[in-house]
Write a protein that binds this ligand. Sequence first.
Ligand code: T3D
Length: 266
Amino acid sequence: MAYENILLDVSNGVATLTLNRPDRLNAVTMDMLEELSAALDEVSANEDIRALLLTGSGRGFCAGQDLSDREPNPDGTPHDLSDNLLRGYHPFLERLYNLDIPTVCAVNGVAAGAGANIALVCDIVIASESAKFIQAFAKIGLVPDCGGTYNLPRNIGMARAKGMALLAHPLSASDAENWGLIWKCYSDDVFLDEAQKLVRHLADGPTWGLALTKRALNASPDNDFLSQLALEADSQKQAGLSDDYIEGVTAFMEKRAPKFTGKKTR
Ligand code: T3D
């Protein structure tokens, strides 16, 4: 599929997906959402891809829903906004959440509304120090979506989640790191290099073990302790059957760096 609103680059086991409407701070349209879902289908189908980097072109990461991407209904009735979510955002977010490779979001500039919450669906979120996170929904009378009401209280606690959602104040990248909303904030001059290093490290990792790890962590908030122990045992059983487990232990014994292949089973 030819993409007009995003860029997809695949090289050396890394897929880089770039939101590409810089003059609109990469605000999301229905066309962009269709392209994002199609791009993630391409990524899932390619077994050589072992990590995904999501970022934005230009000075912003993503300003959320494009507020101009909607013709008025001819009869003057209001739009059903759940339609956009169910048909466009959710299929994309479900693919992103369930991807069996590590996903890194490099928030290169402002992340507002749906843009902020799309970032939080990735496994590891880093930001440049000039980036900011805005739950912009309250400014226009809407409700945080794209998993915001799920991820915010889990990442930063209810008090801060409610502050962000009800006030819609911008949160700096350094505060986002200090609050545990994201993994790390980097100064603007090293940000891109750090993003590349991080995704390279993950792409060279034991892909199947990492997939099982993210599945277990994703399941954790909804499990009790004993269910999670059972899930860990099953995950470890599967990881223990991989070439990468043998390679990891062998490399340790031989005091050398492991060379993981990402293969699922021996
Ligand atoms: O509606 C549904 O389908 C339901 C789903 C909703 C999900 C949502 O995401 S709702 C929240 C939507 N997003 C917002 O409300 C954020 C709107 N944008 C802003 O508040 C500001 O642009 C920012 C704080 C993000 C950045 O401010 P600043 O000063 O750095 O940039 P700017 O000058 O405001 O924006 C630059 C251009 O991008 C500007 O266009 P212009 O004047 O140069 O022609 C601006 O209009 C455009 N732009 C920014 N955000 C959007 C946008 N155009 C359309 N939609 C946007 N969301």
